[in-house]
Write a protein that binds this ligand. Structure first.
Ligand SMILES: CC(C)(COP(=O)(O)OP(=O)(O)OC[C@H]1O[C@@H](n2cnc3c(N)ncnc32)[C@H](O)[C@@H]1OP(=O)(O)O)[C@@H](O)C(=O)NCCC(=O)NCCS
Length: 135
């Protein structure tokens, strides 16, 4: 059974690093804003499998650093944690949720109602696009 609960920023660092930026030093994946974030972890058989961090600013929130353990990708864990995150934002009566998405993940996010904005940028040779969803 999967359990999604709030975790500390520090608990996200291992998956952030190994899944997203394994070739960079650990400090690369730490965010100065981490202490202001709400961090969620999905546990399967008590193992941390998927993480995401939410940063709320007024009635808008950004999610960052969504990552699923590499061997567990494509099994629905990312979908489950994103649904949890959206429901969390609905409960808080937020108006908008947005993210910087890797361009190759666009189709994945569209399924949740995220729409592409006109802003694109590149970081570390990876192309990103800003997506948003009205809650
Ligand atoms: C993006 C990411 C978080 C998605 O997490 P995930 O746990 O693999 O997500 P899911 O398993 O819910 O969905 C992934 C795909 O598997 C499919 N899928 C989900 N459950 C499935 C199942 N039981 N059987 C087959 N396919 C399934 C989904 O439809 C989805 O397909 P799509 O990519 O074509 O849209 C994960 O790929 C990841 O960590 N990537 C590296 C880091 C990254 O890119 N993060 C996002 C930055 S924007």
């Amino acid at each position: 059974m999967n359990v999604i609960k709030e975790i500390s920023a520090t608990e996200t660092y291992h998956l952030r690093h190994t899944v997203m930026w394994p070739n960079h030093p650990m400090d690369f994946i730490k965010l100065p804003e981490d202490h202001n974030g709400v961090h969620f972890g999905l546990f399967n058989a008590e193992e941390l499998i998927c993480i995401v961090s939410l940063f709320i600013d007024g009635d808008t929130a950004q999610f960052r650093k969504l990552a699923t353990k590499v061997s567990e990708q494509g099994k629905g864990f990312g979908t489950e944690i994103l649904h949890h995150l959206i429901a969390y934002c609905e409960d808080l009566k937020l108006k908008k949720l947005w993210c910087n998405a890797r361009v190759n993940k666009l189709e994945f996010y569209k399924k949740f109602g995220f729409l592409k904005t006109n802003s694109n940028y590149t970081k570390g040779e990876i192309e990103f696009v800003i997506l948003e969803k009205l809650i």
